[in-house]
Design a protein around this ligand. Structure first.
Ligand code: C5P
Length: 399
């Protein structure tokens, strides 16, 4: 395994002394380990110990390295974050997204997988507040390792003892391997909506924000893919860690896609592309006409980029199209989807319902995925990022 950037978060419980072994094992396995310790953690284990063992500076103070924006850069750079031990207090803070210390900021700022190894007394572990917080963490995809049942700090014993360091290390490495399933793959994603200029100040466009396409690029990059994003007029920031090419019109999008398509293992056409463009683009602003109450615009057809790609795509390449439809019923949506995939010839079609209030600007999405022959291969509903991961699972499953 290539060396990973691993953040070990340590919170203030007696099991912090065992976190030293977690750090040691990860360093000896060749990884670059960065410790983020809460101030309470440092009452249990000394900063020099953690710095010597991790071979890196330990982060605790939110106001250190401000010029390097370290409160977010540590989380952004991480391939995986493990919090061991995670006290009831730290678990509650993660569940509620608190950013009052360095560890909270680091976890909020990461897109990497997060693993939490709880450690506390049995009563605290079984308290409904902790039970609910753990459920929240799980529902967000955070992996919980342990706790074990056994001897606790006092004379008591029961569930709450932190898992053994070697088990935590194994869980960390296993999570990274399974979550980096697209290493060595190259993925081309289009996102946003094209704009077709009428004159220097006006265009024909659509309501696509680009959020789903950006989520797809982000998810593929997090899973290790080499990602190129062709971004058409995004309403959201360009994602980090992804090669971005900005375009505006359908013809620009077409040439950018064609240039990048050959080297792609998968092409995901999430952009909303205009089917027509103005037949003429005026070189100066079209003036209001005093002699007529109507203005006619003549449109000409744009090339169907997806259909062209699918026709030329080699057997090994996965081509995914999107269909945004306004039909309220699933059956009608599927019917339209089947007709569309037959017309386009792509390998998969992601069908989603859009409308005045659904789909476009929302942070959530609901989609149905069908394959080349029109069979339903799966569906997804949730945040656009979770939908993106599910789409990648489905389309890469067969390869
Ligand atoms: O036909 P329709 O526009 O609904 O198809 C949507 C799918 O086709 C999307 O994946 C979109 O990116 C792609 N498309 C295209 N070229 C067009 C129109 C749509 O590649 N001219």
């Amino acid at each position: 395994m290539a060396a990973l950037n691993i953040v070990v978060g340590i919170s203030g419980g007696i099991a912090a002394y065992k976190a030293v072994s977690v750090v040691r094992e990860l360093v000896l396995a060749g990884h670059d380990v960065h410790v983020v310790a809460t101030s309470n953690a440092l009452k249990f284990v000394g900063l020099p110990t953690l710095e010597a063992i991790s071979r890196n500076p330990v982060h605790t103070d939110l106001y250190e390295g401000v010029d390097e924006v370290r409160h977010v850069s540590v989380g952004q750079a991480a391939d995986v974050i493990v919090v061991a031990p995670a006290t009831a207090n730290t678990i509650a803070k993660i569940a509620t997204g608190q950013a009052s210390d360095f560890l909270g900021n680091t976890i909020l700022a990461t897109r990497a997988p997060v693993i939490v190894a709880p450690a506390m007394h049995t009563e605290m572990w079984q308290n409904p507040a902790t039970v609910a917080n753990i459920e929240t963490l799980r529902s967000r995809g955070i992996r919980i390792v342990g706790p074990e049942s056994g001897q606790l700090t006092g004379s008591d014993s029961g569930p709450g003892r932190m898992s053994e360091p070697s088990d935590i290390v194994a869980a960390v490495l296993e999570t990274v391997v399974s979550s980096r399933d697209l290493v060595g793959r190259s993925v081309l994603v289009t996102a946003g909506g094209t704009r077709e200029p009428l004159d220097p100040v006006r265009f024909i466009g659509n309501r696509s924000s680009g959020k789903q396409g950006v989520a797809l690029a982000t998810a593929a990059a997090a899973r290790g893919a080499d990602v190129t994003l062709i971004a058409a007029n995004l309403e959201v920031p360009l994602p980090a860690g992804v090669r971005c090419i900005q375009v505006s019109t359908t013809l620009e999008l077409q040439s950018a896609v064609q240039a990048a398509a050959k080297s792609a293992d998968a092409i995901v056409m999430a952009a909303a592309v205009a089917d027509y463009r103005p037949a003429e683009t005026a070189q100066s602003k079209i003036k209001k006409r005093s002699d007529s109450s109507t203005l006619e615009l003549r449109l000409e057809e744009n090339p169907d980029i997806l259909r062209g790609l699918a026709a030329e795509s080699p057997e090994s390449q996965i081509v995914v199209g999107f269909a945004a439809e306004t039909e309220p019923q699933d059956a009608a949506l599927l019917e339209l989807g089947r007709a569309k995939i037959a017309r386009k010839g792509c390998d998969f079609l992601v069908i989603n319902r859009v409308g005045w209030t659904e789909g476009f600007a929302s942070d959530r999405n609901t989609v149905i995925v069908i394959d080349k022959v029109g069979d339903r291969v799966g569906e997804a509903s949730g945040s656009k990022l979770s939908v993106a991961h599910r789409i990648l699972d489905l389309v890469f499953a067969a390869r």
